[in-house]
Design a protein around this ligand. Structure first.
Ligand code: ADP
Ligand code: MG
Length: 260
């Protein structure tokens, strides 16, 4: 937690965020904050609303009500499905570019080489000169251990390698925060470790991260804060020790009992 002029700073904060799909209330008054440099891990059973929360933050879903703040600035305020107030378009675009997102499915562009996948965003969105973007891409590929694959097409890579490229692609946009939605759950077990290693490396370098994962070892090792969600609500949050060793709610006890 950072204090500046007595004011609490956060990269992302939601206030009373609600999301309905028709009559189904998928998120119910979710208050979540991620501070600069913090690694927040969201855990919870399938259907809890974890993906919907990330997608709402990233505007892939429009929220039903509540407020989202980015860098302590109001991103949007919604009531009964109607936007009451939001950032101006240019500011909104800049705020969204601050978030890098990595999904369960790597969805790399199949018709582009690994390096082109990474340079596409910087070149087309941020107007970075091509040769500069190539240098950045190679630097990032080195970081995720895949420099030798720069001219290869995604189909030639393993799932773990594709996911590492997807992480490099997100990093190429120089995000302030990385959102991960179960980045290892589509991988064969033997490929999970290499992706987690890249994520641990990112965390150790101070990247702000919001991760949904079932990898409890990773959560224990790198999370500053663990958020337990069930049935559209945050039921508990705390340190790894608090959540894993001393869960309070019966839902958390049951969930942890089923996976540990
Ligand atoms: P989690 O990621 O925790 O498994 P999700 O956010 O994917 O949970 O889903 C939460 C609930 O919202 C589930 O009941 C799911 O069926 C429902 N849901 C998710 N997306 C949609 C959608 N586009 N339309 C209708 N229901 C949805
Ligand atoms: Mg999900």
């Amino acid at each position: 937690m950072t204090e500046s002029g007595g004011k609490h700073m956060s990269i992302i904060r939601t206030e009373d965020l609600c999301k309905n799909f028709g009559d189904l209330q998928v998120l119910k008054n979710v208050n979540l904050s991620v501070d600069p440099g913090e690694v927040v891990v969201i855990i919870g059973p399938s259907g809890a609303g974890k993906s919907t929360l990330l997608r709402s933050i990233n505007t892939l879903e429009t929220i039903t009500s509540g407020q989202i703040f980015i860098d302590d600035k109001l991103f949007c305020r919604v009531k009964q499905g109607i936007i009451q107030e939001e950032m101006r378009k240019a500011e909104k675009k800049a705020a969204l570019l601050e978030m890098g997102m990595v999904f369960q499915k790597f969805n790399l562009f199949p018709n582009m080489t690994v390096r082109e996948n990474i340079t596409a965003g910087p070149v087309h969105v941020k107007k970075v000169p091509k040769d500069e973007a190539d240098d950045i891409a190679r630097e990032l590929l080195k970081r995720v251990g895949l420099l030798e694959k720069e001219n290869v097409y995604p189909a030639r890579l393993s799932g773990g390698q594709q996911q590492r490229v997807a992480i490099a692609r997100a990093l190429a946009m120089e995000p302030k925060i990385m959102l991960f939605d179960e980045p290892t759950s589509a991988l064969d077990p033997e490929l999970v470790g290499e992706v987690l290693a890249v994520m641990k490396d990112l965390a150790s370098q101070g990247m702000t991260m919001l991760c949904v994962t079932h990898e409890m070892g990773f959560a224990r090792e790198v999370a500053d804060k663990i958020v337990f969600m069930a049935d559209g609500q945050i039921l508990e949050e705390g340190t790894a020790d608090e959540i894993f060793e001393h869960p309070k709610t019966k839902e958390a006890k049951q969930f942890l009992g089923s996976i540990l």
